[in-house]
Design a protein around this ligand. Structure first.
Ligand SMILES: [Fe+2]
Length: 287
């Protein structure tokens, strides 16, 4: 069943931007480069008052924001952490974030948490379980909610479907949007032998509300999803293919390790923007 929200999961296609990283906050506030939005990681601010939170709220005064979390563990077996959820909701309200996202993974069992985004089994049971938890989270946050396809280094045994089929089934079960990480599609293609073109053709294009691009470390026998390097040419090619399928959307270039100066980060976004304009031929929409 297709989403009835229209293209881009009903979200405004904001065009291309960068993530909010601590070393750049002062520069963003003083120089205020023209950017359509900024994506922040809520866990960096949820537990903190004082300067960090004030800086984020200052950023949110000048730029539209979206929230991209790493801590919900959407497929975990444990009950959803309602206290965590209420702190996340409060931050989303304070910043006016347009939408929220987290990863299609699990990270918690028996009250213990992992900092890694752990892969889910591609089974019907996991689809039902994860779909129900995503609905619970999205209902509580009261903003549009997207889940991101993660990078993995193996496929768990007992898979009943492909990764693309699993992601698509979860999106329908939860009636949520997809944050399509194009680099993760490429990394998984190399690491797990999936067909990246088939992945892009299989996922429901109308549910893609945002994309991620990032750099990875190609070690030949494995691709490590470092977010610490420029986007590789192979991933730019896949980006073109994804944009041709989805049309205008919102794109974020991630850079989380070996973070470069703001100007270099903006250059990478400009490269993405040039490809975006060329493929979609569509002006961006203001938030
Ligand atoms: Fe990502």
């Amino acid at each position: 069943m297709a989403s009835d929200r229209g293209p881009n999961f009903g979200l405004p296609p904001l065009g291309v931007s960068i993530g909010l990283r601590r070393p750049h906050i002062a520069g963003l506030l003083s120089e205020r480069p023209e950017l359509p939005f900024l994506e922040f990681v809520p866990e960096n601010y949820m537990d903190r008052g004082g300067l960090s939170r004030r800086e984020l709220l200052s950023i949110a005064e000048f730029y539209p924001t979206v929230s991209h979390g790493v801590g919900l563990g959407l497929g975990s077996i444990d009950a959803v952490d309602r206290e965590y959820l209420s702190r996340l909701k409060r931050l989303i309200e304070e910043t006016g974030a347009l939408w929220a996202s987290d990863h299609l993974c699990w990270n918690r069992a028996d009250g213990r948490s992992s900092n890694d985004l752990l892969p889910l089994p591609f089974t019907a049971e996991a689809v039902r379980h994860t779909g129900a938890r995503i609905r619970e989270v999205a209902d509580a946050l009261e903003v549009p909610f997207l889940v991101e396809n993660i990078s993995t280094y193996t496929v768990l045994p007992g898979a009943e479907m492909s990764e693309a089929e699993f992601v698509s089934a979860v999106l329908e079960e939860a009636d949520c949007g997809l944050l399509l990480d194009v680099n993760n599609v490429y990394v998984n293609a190399r690491n797990n032998g999936i067909d990246p073109h088939d992945f892009l053709r299989t996922i429901p294009a109308e549910r893609v509300g945002q994309m991620h691009m990032a750099g990875h470390d190609d070690r030949g026998y494995v691709c490590v999803d470092t977010h610490g390097a420029p986007v590789r040419d192979e991933v730019w090619d896949l980006f073109r293919e994804a944009l041709a399928i989805t049309g205008p959307t919102t794109v974020l270039v991630e850079w989380d390790t070996n973070i470069p100066p703001l100007d270099r980060y903006l250059e990478e976004a400009a490269t993405a923007r040039a490809i975006y304009d060329e493929v979609t031929g569509s002006p961006v929409v203001s938030a």
